[in-house]
Design a protein around this ligand. Structure first.
Ligand code: FRU
Length: 462
């Protein structure tokens, strides 16, 4: 391969061409399902970005399906590409699982999810863009269940299973979630939608996974968003770190509802989770919106990557989700560069030497950074204003160059020698009642000197 310093190494990428599809998740809402109409406990908790399509674990193998253009490094001809792994880090690319070749998906096999039916049989529900460019929901099943690689998939003769009828706009009806089964034995699935200019999670029910009926009420809708892309809905344990199956009813759980919206304030887009039954964890993937000007994308021959898969669980407060890179990543660490007890005075920068050579030598950038800061001036932390509810917004207002009482401090990544290019991951500490609140931001506004690229600032708070 030509030397491409910005092509990543251990983030998942196909060898060439365009990829989208898993993860751009903006809002994660945590629900209590103790009442039939889910009650929202909190919203806007985690903000992320990605697009994976139907990840899963089957017979010892991790499968990643993703939105792929087999012919170019720009969006189009959308196909479900398929890769497998034994450790979530090293991937083997297989033949495409679903290609647009039937009237119900001829204009694209778009995002969807996998579900395990009884007897551990995995199936795919996905959106097809049909001959009239209507978005419809389709089913595909493995040809040979004893093949752990699940190489061949057969589309159902009943497709499409869900069509945009009864006032549903055919342009805004896509991305079915993993289905879950209620105590009544009925399967339920959410489909993303936009109606009256707002975002909706339409709820469908089915007894046999073939005939689906739309519920009168959506699971949820929001006047604050447009189209809901790649919704995700899954339980998290109230007490404990394990992940649970999407249909789990055994232990006390809350439910997370995530949707991706058509704006840009996120780390990754179209995220999806799956339950890893082997290691009893829920794993979240996201699509990183990695693209340049179209002409540059065509020239470099690839665009888009997946985030490092993360375990996701409910934090102790019960109101926030916590994510952490999967433990397998730690086995990839080759060299360790470390130092302790360095004093950082206001306005000063400390170079972490020993990493650059490693990067240049291998032509790619791998650096996991673990850092702890001791703050001597915590008492001076600014009082958090009650209107500062949205960490994302706060991060773009309090950019890395705006000085506060405690912060910003953090890491400058991909910094050029003269610091004209740098991606700043920074923190600010505030006080709110008797607690400290830490704002964490990733400020990409100075990540490239080139104009016209996406240079978002992302944020979250503890
Ligand atoms: C986001 C998305 C989905 C759609 C797919 C098409 O990842 O826009 O809503 O199904 O990409 O590739």
């Amino acid at each position: 391969m030509e030397q491409q310093p910005y092509r990543t190494a251990y983030h998942f990428q196909p060898p060439k061409n365009w990829m989208n599809g898993l993860l751009y998740s903006r809002n994660h809402s945590i629900y209590s399902l103790s009442t039939p109409n889910a009650e929202i406990l909190d919203i806007n908790l985690v903000k992320m970005i990605t697009s994976a399509t139907g990840p899963m674990y089957y017979k010892g193998v991790y499968h990643l399906f993703y939105q792929y253009n087999p012919y170019a490094s720009i969006w189009g001809n959308i196909t479900w590409a398929h890769s497998i792994s034994y450790d979530l880090v090293n991937w083997i690319h297989l033949d495409n699982a679903l290609s647009p070749d039937e009237p119900f998906d001829i204009n694209g096999c778009w995002s969807g999810s996998t579900t395990f039916l009884l007897g551990e049989k995995p199936v795919i529900l996905y959106t097809g863009s049909d001959t009239m460019n209507r978005q419809v929901q389709n089913l595909a099943e493995p040809k040979n269940l004893s093949d752990p690689l699940l190489i061949e998939w057969v589309k159902s003769s009943h497709n499409p299973l869900m069509a945009p009828v009864d006032g549903i706009d055919p342009k805004f009806f896509r991305d079915p979630t993993t289905a879950w089964q209620g105590p009544d034995g009925l399967w339920r699935v959410l489909v993303g939608n936009q109606m009256d200019g707002h975002g909706w999670g339409l709820l469908y029910r089915s007894r046999d996974f073939a005939t689906w009926t739309r519920s009168k009420e959506p699971l949820h809708s929001s006047t604050r968003t447009g189209m809901w892309e790649c919704p995700d809905f899954y339980p998290v344990l109230i007490d404990g770190k394990d992940g649970v199956d999407t249909s789990s009813l055994d232990k006390p759980t809350k439910h997370v509802l995530k949707a991706s919206f058509n704006d840009c304030d996120h780390y990754f887009y179209a995220s999806k989770t799956f339950f890893d039954s082997d290691k009893k964890r829920r794993i979240l993937w996201g699509w990183i919106l990695e693209f340049d000007h179209t002409t540059d994308d065509i020239e470099k021959g690839w665009s888009g990557l997946q985030s490092i898969p993360r375990s996701i669980l409910l934090g102790k407060t019960g109101k926030q989700l916590i994510q952490w890179p999967v433990e397998e990543i730690e086995k990839q660490h080759a060299e360790n560069v470390s130092f302790k007890n360095k004093e950082l005075k206001g306005g000063s920068v400390l170079e972490v030497s020993g990493i650059t050579a490693f990067q240049i030598w291998l032509y790619f950038s791998i650096a996991d950074v673990e850092v702890s800061f001791d703050l001597s001036n915590l008492k001076e932390a600014e009082l958090m204003h009650p209107s500062w509810m949205d960490p994302q917004l706060l991060c773009s207002q309090k950019t890395a160059s705006v000085e506060g009482n405690v912060g910003p401090f953090g890491i400058l990544a991909f910094a050029s020698k003269d610091f004209t290019e740098q991606t700043t991951i920074f923190f600010c500490v505030f006080r709110s009642n008797d607690e400290y609140v830490v704002l964490m931001c990733s400020d990409q506004s100075r990540s490239s000197l080139r104009e016209g690229l996406k240079k978002e600032t992302y944020g979250a708070s503890t």
